[in-house]
Design a protein around this ligand. Structure first.
Ligand SMILES: Cc1cc2nc3c(=O)[nH]c(=O)nc-3n(C[C@H](O)[C@H](O)[C@H](O)COP(=O)(O)O)c2cc1C
Length: 147
């Protein structure tokens, strides 16, 4: 007969912004990325972590239940605070299919120089960094421009 299809398995993405704790030094960020290597394969979660001296912006993609559970765990981490969900949505395909967690440092004062964002995209990224909920559709495309 037919193979069972689980129609509830949705591919989703989630973006949040948080304030980096001053005690969260580069070696701590390296440890976070090691945890991603350890756990995200098992969770089938992929994504990227952008960080400045003050903030984190993380983009997670995968199964809705798994990435929201992961987000709930990450929120409790003392290496950051004021964690704010910016957007959660669905996607057809992963943007970062082979990355447990890509990482890149960004300079909040000079976003345009580091990437080639259009005016609208810069504005969207500024809104993400400010923790403003956005309509979301262009978020994956903007995040991918950092890599
Ligand atoms: C900004 C930030 C992003 C993080 N992202 C992830 C992640 O994507 N996956 C993960 O397993 N842990 C992530 N962590 C670390 C978790 O909070 C937690 O320390 C880790 O998952 C514990 O791993 P363990 O259970 O293997 O010891 C993140 C922490 C911070 C502060």
């Amino acid at each position: 007969m037919f193979k069972h299809l689980n129609v509830n398995t949705m591919l989703s993405y989630l973006v949040y912004v948080s304030q980096r704790n001053s005690k969260c030094t580069q070696p701590e960020i390296d440890k976070i990325l090691q945890a991603c290597q350890r756990n995200n394969t098992h969770n089938d979660a992929t994504g990227v972590l952008l960080y400045s001296d003050k903030r984190f912006v993380q983009y997670l993609e995968g199964d809705y239940q798994k990435i929201t559970a992961l987000y709930d765990k990450i929120k409790l981490d003392e290496r950051h605070k004021n964690v704010r969900l910016v957007h959660i949505g669905n996607i057809q395909d992963r943007i970062f299919p082979s990355w447990q967690m890509g990482a890149k440092e960004f300079n909040e004062d000079n976003i345009n120089f580091l990437t080639n964002l259009s005016k609208d995209e810069s504005k969207l990224f500024e809104n993400i960094v400010a923790g403003k909920e956005t309509s979301g559709n262009n978020i994956p495309a903007v995040i991918s421009k950092f890599f």
